[in-house]
Design a protein around this ligand. Structure first.
Ligand code: GLU
Length: 474
């Protein structure tokens, strides 16, 4: 994935506060409680050494728990040279609002380790990840009911397996030890569907927005995904899976941008073929089905939907005037700055905000955590029962009508849901109902400027309510 434009260090958390303050005007919550909600509860900055050759390398790392209104806190760990305290704080805050919007009963958190995973050997990655985990253990910043990390930019199921193993080594009698981290490989307590969850959620969210005729008419679009043009920025786990589901759903991907270059073809690009090409050559560049393109310029290509799926601050005051899409679907966290957003709203660009759109990852993380603490695979108890109940139903219908069902008809009905079916369906339900929650807030609150503010309003109201229920602020 990409570090496409320079980050403005120290401003990301400020941006989140700006979004929060915009929304605060539309909620009936006391000043004191708003203060409690918006700032980070615990910030843990650490430095630890790892041995490299004959010397030590000092690693700078963070874990921020933004809100303890629900426990555990939840959020990924980012491995990147751009990691800094401000960034981790901002991302932790976004996690709090994200979880509230999709009704995942967790507070928000985020971790960051300041290294380049591309330049670090797998052995060093393992040492760093295990040491980071033991630092978290020392300070009580990890545990199934405390704080539960997950993958983020630069990390994957491999690192999550190391975290789970380290934690289990420290707590050998903790029967819920596997629930201390999500995004694990299936063989280590992971759940089917987690890897693609964020991209799939992005797809469900865009599809839902494009299904509403009244809204599409406002944006000058017809309804439906089919034939719409998409530009995808970032081709990591989130970018690739967003592209995959959009492509399968009939969308036309005309450009893909990555950290080392971009591709463009107005007739459409097959993301599977690009992935195959990258696996072979190590880069998306030189893909025969498209022309190489400037990685910054790709964002400015005219399209229906621009999907930033890389890092924060990608659409900012420097390039916003040149953005020519009708909709921005924020698969990344914080890809549009507040200044850029003001310009885009004036231009009539519809922004589906990150705190809703990329919540698919944490939603399925929640399912994985539930699986781990209940110690049973989803579908294990009901699958065969449902299958035989539908078989019986078909026999009854055949008997009553005197007609035999075809094999195709049978295969449609005679199925029990397995883990992946249930995860996909739970995610689809979550993304659709959350979209309508934030859209209704947007439509029904006089003066509310955009969908992001509406999403923050929905989140703040839910968080405030949970404090009231606890009786902390009567
Ligand atoms: N890192 C992902 C995010 O930003 C997933 C977090 C999680 O699953 O806890 O939403």
């Amino acid at each position: 994935m990409s570090d496409i434009t320079e980050k403005r260090e120290g401003e990301f958390f400020e941006d989140v506060l700006k979004y929060f303050n915009r929304a605060a005007k539309f909620v009936d919550v006391s000043e004191g409680l708003l203060e409690q909600i918006k700032y980070c509860n615990s910030v843990y900055r650490m430095r630890f050494p790892i041995k490299v050759g004959n010397d030590f390398q000092v690693i700078e790392a963070y874990r921020v728990e933004h809100s303890h209104h629900k426990l555990p806190t939840k959020g990924g760990i980012r491995f990147s040279t751009a990691v800094n305290q401000d960034e981790v704080m901002a991302l932790a805050a976004l996690m709090t609002y994200k979880c509230a919007i999709v009704d995942v009963p967790f507070g928000g958190a985020k971790g960051g380790i300041k290294i380049s995973p591309r330049k670090t050997t797998p052995e060093e990655m393992e040492r760093i990840t295990r040491r980071y985990t033991s630092e978290l253990i020392k300070k009580n910043f990890i545990g199934p009911g405390i704080d539960v990390p997950a993958p983020d930019y630069g990390s994957s199921e491999r690192e999550m397996a190391w975290i789970a193993d380290t934690y289990a080594t420290f707590y050998p009698s903790e029967m819920n030890a596997l629930a201390c981290v999500t995004g694990k490989p299936i063989s280590q307590g992971g759940i089917r569907g987690r890897k693609e969850a964020t991209g799939l959620g992005v797809y469900y969210g865009i599809r839902e927005a494009l299904n509403i005729e009244e809204d599409c008419a406002k944006w000058g679009m017809t309804t439906g995904m089919a034939g719409k043009t998409f530009v995808i920025q970032g081709f990591g786990n989130v970018g690739f899976h967003s592209a995959k589901f959009i492509h399968e759903g009939g969308g036309k991907i005309i450009a893909i941008a990555e950290w080392d270059g971009a591709l463009y073809n107005q007739d459409g690009i097959d993301p599977f073929a690009v992935e195959a090409h990258r696996n072979k050559t190590g880069s998306i560049k030189g893909f025969p089905g498209a022309q190489d393109y400037d990685k910054y310029g790709a964002l400015e290509i005219e399209c229906d939907v621009l999907v930033p799926a890389a890092l924060e601050n990608q659409i900012n005051k420097d390039n916003v005037e040149r953005i020519k899409c009708k909709m921005i679907a924020e698969a990344a966290n914080g890809p549009v700055t507040p200044e850029a957003e003001d310009v885009l709203i004036k231009k009539g660009v519809y922004i589906i905000p990150d705190i809703y759109l990329n919540a698919g990852g944490v939603t399925v993380s929640y399912f994985e955590w539930l699986k781990n603490i209940s110690h049973v695979r989803f579908g294990r108890l009901g699958k065969r029962y449902d299958e035989s109940a539908s078989k019986n139903m078909i026999s009854v219908v055949e008997e009553l009508t005197g007609k035999a069902a075809t094999e195709v008809q049978k295969s449609l009905v005679e199925r029990g849901a397995d883990e992946k079916d249930l995860v996909y369906s739970g995610l689809e339900e979550t993304m659709i109902s959350a979209y309508h929650d934030i859209r209704n807030e947007f439509k029904n609150t006089p003066g509310i400027p955009d969908l992001r503010t509406a999403a923050f309003v929905v989140a703040i109201k839910k968080i405030a309510l949970s404090y009231n229920t606890l009786g902390v602020f009567p």
